[in-house]
Design a binder for this molecule. Structure first.
Ligand code: NAD
Length: 264
């Protein structure tokens, strides 16, 4: 692969296993010549993340639960000690109580609303605050969103509201950080079977619907999201910021069911 990211060092957050979108992005970045750091959420994931980091020669910057500001600070202190500076950050973190990813949005509890918004939206801002200080030569920040931010999708509920806020935060941070040549973008990925996605009601149906009705007539893979991420994290997108880029087999552009779509 072309070494588009040679000499760049970046933090990838959100690897849980080999199905994670963060893992697809990490592999693509490593293939493109980047040096990587990973975080893991809690001891259970440490055992999974460490061997994956080894595979890519990545350094493990430590435990990070985004609801614990001290853990974020420790990770960034470790990165500063190891590298001194940072060129990119990938934020693949989201959470909502599974109970509320089914049924009606209108029934969302105040507690889960606040928690989902904090973990799935605010955490990107919290990470950006720390990353900005280490991006002394400019940088690129990338987060992951979903079409449920733009249109109503079955069961996506509070996560759709949180992703809308996340997408808006991408635009505000693009303006805030642009003067320092720090770019902020999001990839809006089509549905992919991951641990987080398995919490969404009727996810298999959603996958099939996308496969039958997107222009490419298939769903996307974590490798495809990874290759698009390389564009955003490398200098090839140096003129691009505040962008929400769909990697979804084109699903976002269709207006109705495909005429050749079979029944599900
Ligand atoms: P995943 O389960 O592999 O990754 C989710 C990650 O979030 C995990 O690594 C988990 O540890 C982390 N996380 C959750 N709460 C956290 C917390 N409090 N602190 C730190 N980390 C925390 O699933 P994924 O589908 O790869 O999700 C990655 C991102 O992609 C999410 O933002 C998700 O919304 C987004 N996305 C997923 C899809 C899809 O269909 N899978 C589509 C579009 C966007």
């Amino acid at each position: 692969k072309p070494q588009l990211m040679k000499g760049k060092r970046g933090l990838v957050m959100g690897v849980a296993n080999t199905r994670s979108i963060a893992w697809g992005i990490a592999q693509a970045c490593a293939d493109a010549g980047a040096e990587l750091a990973f975080t893991y959420q809690g001891e259970a994931l440490k055992k999974r993340v460490e061997p994956l980091a080894d595979k890519l020669g990545a350094f493990v910057a430590g435990h990070c639960d985004v609801t614990d500001a001290d853990s974020i600070d420790t990770v960034f202190a470790n990165i500063e000690k190891e590298w001194g500076k940072l060129d990119f950050v990938v934020h693949c973190v989201a959470y909502s109580d599974k109970e509320e990813l089914t049924g009606r949005y209108v029934d969302t509890s105040a507690e889960n609303f606040a928690q989902s918004m904090f973990i799935s939206c605010y955490s990107f801002t919290a990470i950006a605050q720390r990353a900005e200080k280490l991006m002394t030569d400019g940088g690129s920040m990338l987060t992951l969103t979903y079409y449920g931010a733009e249109k109503v999708m079955p069961h996506y509920n509070v996560m759709g509201v949180a992703k809308s806020a996340l997408e808006t935060s991408v635009r505000y941070m693009a303006e805030d950080l642009g003067k320092q040549n720090i770019r902020v973008n999001a990839i809006s990925a089509g549905p992919i079977k991951t641990l987080a996605a398995s919490g969404i009601g009727d996810f298999r149906y959603i996958l099939k619907w996308n496969e039958y009705n997107s222009p490419l007539r298939r769903t996307v893979t974590i490798d495809e999201v990874g290759d698009s991420a390389v564009y955003f994290l490398s200098d090839y997108s140096r003129g691009v910021t505040g962008e929400i880029h769909h990697v979804d087999s084109g699903y976002h552009c269709v207006g109705m069911k495909a005429v050749d779509a079979p029944d599900i």
